[in-house]
Design a protein around this ligand. Structure first.
Ligand code: GAL
Length: 695
């Protein structure tokens, strides 16, 4: 009876959580489910062809297009001289064919008059190379002059289009990444960043960076330079601050652009199109943006897929992970670029498997996106991306196989709109297994500098848990540490190296109030500056886990260690902590065949109304992590599935979406009473099944 009550409580927790977290966005109509669009560069094509192209775009089913991304030279052909007439004509023609427009700030491509007149805005590499005109992304975000010139252009554009109902929203820059820029202005900005952080007190900085070591001590902020990658033994506390600074440069630039646009644009959203490089550390760091978007390419030569031709289909969790990372930041997300066919920049650029393009679109949809945009409508006839497929080919008219797959999706989504149910209509058992993974890229930066074992891989470690959760058919949110965790029945904190007492206290409260926390090795071993606290190693966690650590061990991969749990054996080598558990803890896994044979590696303990599972080891292949989570969810009475790697299941809008990235068909057992809307229960490779959930 008590067990059932607990299960019921969990189900309620899940349902409430989802509605709080994923309320549909004010910018999109939930009834549309998801909108589909495509990039178009009017400036690349003869104006006489625009109308034909927009007409065809519309006929294929697209609902919006995307303009002006790299058009600074056309928008401001001479300094202070603006020309929006051509863009006005393109916007008007697009509107004639019911295509809304995403407008872009073309800051990734400053025109040549600008770079020749103001070469000091150019980005500089560590080896002294100064980037130049003729490609893109050659300007330094740290240059105040570049920012001022960019803002002047953006303000004109926002004044012109901010009130235009044909423009639905804005994309800032293009795939803005973190720059490791040696422009002298970056060095000055780094010093300012440090002055502010350390309250103009160099002694504070010396303490934070431990500069007593190797005579690294500074007497003034003016002596500080940008860390050089060539210095292998560079002070890593400094590198931590440098990476925070570098991320902030990009974030501030985007935030300022956004605020400027919002002065004029009252009913248009603003986002940017990040590459999902999670460890870069800037994604989600510009608070003025309305939501976050990403770009995703799936087939580019590396075989991350399943089977002999897996590279034609791509990594089964590549889109899922991006969905689960971007959505929780602001409750919704869009995908700005998705590959329609072959790309031009991979190590090898194969054809996607027939069906794969549609599979990717559905994968984006499954995660809860509000829109999906593909890169690009026409294959370019000149320039760097000539071999890049589009929705139509080089003649501008022949629809490519990927183009037809888009058309199919757009027909299907229109059909589904007739079955509309609210975004949050999801089955209770799905919501019950809702899990958060707490992520902070600073942990990767810190561990990366002192890995202690070349085989350690922070994202790889996290993936072992993520992959398991997706096989459970669990909805997963990657969240930052300041997020309220109380909505999640289970929270995983993997290799979270940098911490402080407040964070540990927050996790402790979560557990005491009924949460179930899984903490993994390397967590809370250092403070926020990357220093070891003057307590027993790993001791910051003791108040939470009850464990103390005797020592940690690292083995050679060719001769791994073994641990055992419930009679099964697992191998490991990268990192293993030898634990001294609290007297009330259960030992779930112990090391064998080592001089510390029998000592604990995995512990479980009840605390308050919740539980803490501590996994002090990183296994070779993820089987251990999977079995630990299976054991835990069973203990908590949380129902889980057992989907094979390559099959994922998500729910939204009262629909179940099953995706098959495997190299063989997969039979899906429909939940009783559900109705198939798209596809069939025997799902072929690259196939998709969409079913309506029984209420
Ligand atoms: C993206 C970029 C686009 C385009 C595309 C080609 O990374 O954002 O502008 O270059 O690659 O695949």
């Amino acid at each position: 009876m008590r067990k059932r009550l607990f299960l019921w409580l969990l189900l309620c927790m899940g349902a409430i959580a989802a509605s709080a977290q994923q309320a549909s966005s004010p910018w999109f109509d939930d009834k549309d489910l998801a909108l589909t669009g495509v990039y178009y560069y009017p400036e690349h094509w003869d104006e006489s062809q625009w109308e034909r192209d927009f007409k065809r775009m519309h006929e294929l089913g697209f609902e919006f297009t995307h303009f002006a991304e790299f058009a600074w030279a056309q928008l401001e052909p001479q300094e202070g001289v603006y020309d929006f007439a051509w863009l006005d004509r393109a916007v008007a023609l697009a509107a004639k064919y019911d295509l809304k427009v995403i407008m872009c700030t073309s800051t990734a491509t400053p025109p040549v008059w600008l770079t020749r007149k103001f070469p000091e805005i150019l980005l500089k590499h560590e080896d002294g190379t100064v980037l130049d005109h003729g490609a893109r992304q050659h300007a330094s975000f740290a240059s105040p002059l570049y920012r001022a010139l960019a803002y002047r252009m953006i303000e004109k554009l926002a004044q012109h289009y901010g009130n235009d109902p044909r423009i639905v929203g804005w994309q800032l820059d293009n795939e803005p990444g973190v720059q490791f820029d040696y422009n002298p202005k970056a060095e000055l900005a780094f010093r300012d960043f440090l002055r502010k952080k350390y309250k103009n007190d160099i002694q504070r900085l010396n303490d934070a960076w431990g500069t007593a070591f190797w005579s690294e001590v500074y007497s003034s902020f003016d002596e500080i330079t940008l860390p050089k990658r060539a210095q292998a033994f560079m002070n890593h506390h400094q590198i931590l601050d440098y990476r925070r600074f570098a991320a902030a440069q990009t974030n501030d630039f985007l935030n300022e652009q956004c605020l400027l646009i919002k002065k004029y644009a009252k009913n248009q959203w603003v986002t940017t199109n990040y590459i999902p490089n999670y460890e870069e550390g800037h994604i989600g760091g510009s608070p003025a943006l309305d939501f976050q978007s990403y770009t995703r390419y799936m087939v580019y030569g590396d075989n991350e897929g399943i089977g002999r031709r897996g590279y034609r289909v791509g990594n089964p969790l590549r889109i899922a992970w991006a969905n689960d990372f971007f959505r929780p930041i602001q409750g919704t997300y869009g995908v700005m670029e998705l590959q329609p066919g072959q790309v031009n920049w991979g190590s090898i650029n194969p054809q996607p498997l027939p069906g794969a393009v549609r599979l990717w679109i559905w994968s984006v949809f499954a995660g809860g996106a509000d829109f999906i945009c593909t890169y690009r409508y026409r294959q370019p006839l000149y320039g760097t991306e000539q071999y890049h497929y589009g929705i139509v080919g080089t003649d501008g008219m022949t629809v490519t196989p990927g183009g037809w797959e888009y058309a199919t999706f757009m027909k299907e989504i229109r059909q589904l709109r007739e079955h509309y149910a609210p975004r949050e209509e999801k089955p209770a058992d799905y919501l019950a297994r809702r899990t958060a993974i707490v992520f902070n890229p600073e942990n990767s930066w810190s561990i990366e500098r002192q890995k202690q074992n070349v085989t350690w891989n922070t994202l790889g470690h996290i993936e072992k848990y993520y992959r398991t959760l997706k096989s459970f058919g669990a909805p997963v949110d990657f969240v930052s540490e300041d997020k309220d965790l109380s909505d999640y029945p289970v929270v995983i904190v993997p290799a979270y190296q940098l911490a402080d007492k407040d964070l540990i206290a927050k996790w402790k409260t979560y557990v005491e109030q009924g949460g179930n926390l899984v903490v993994t090795c390397r967590t809370a071993q250092k403070d926020r500056y990357g220093r070891l606290p003057e307590i027993p190693f790993g001791g910051m966690l003791t108040p939470l886990t009850g464990n103390e650590m005797e020592f940690y061990d690292l083995l050679l991969p060719e001769n791994p260690g073994v641990l055992s749990m419930d009679g099964k054996e697992y191998t490991w080598n990268t990192w293993g902590e030898i634990l001294k558990p609290a007297s009330d803890a259960e030992v779930w896994g112990s090391y064998i065949r080592e001089f510390y044979e029998g000592k604990p590696a995995v512990t479980f303990r009840k605390a308050g109304k919740g539980t803490v599972t501590y996994v002090g080891v990183d296994s070779t292949d993820g089987r251990l992590e999977k079995d630990i989570l299976k054991k835990l969810y069973a203990r908590l009475d949380i129902p889980v599935m057992d989907l094979p790697y390559g099959v994922t299941l998500e729910y939204r809008n009262g629909l179940g979406i099953v995706l098959n990235y495997m190299d063989k068909p997969y039979h899906f057992d429909l939940p009783t009473g559900s109705e198939v809307l798209i596809g069939e229960t025997d799902i072929p490779t690259a196939g998709v099944l969409v079913f309506k959930v029984k209420k």
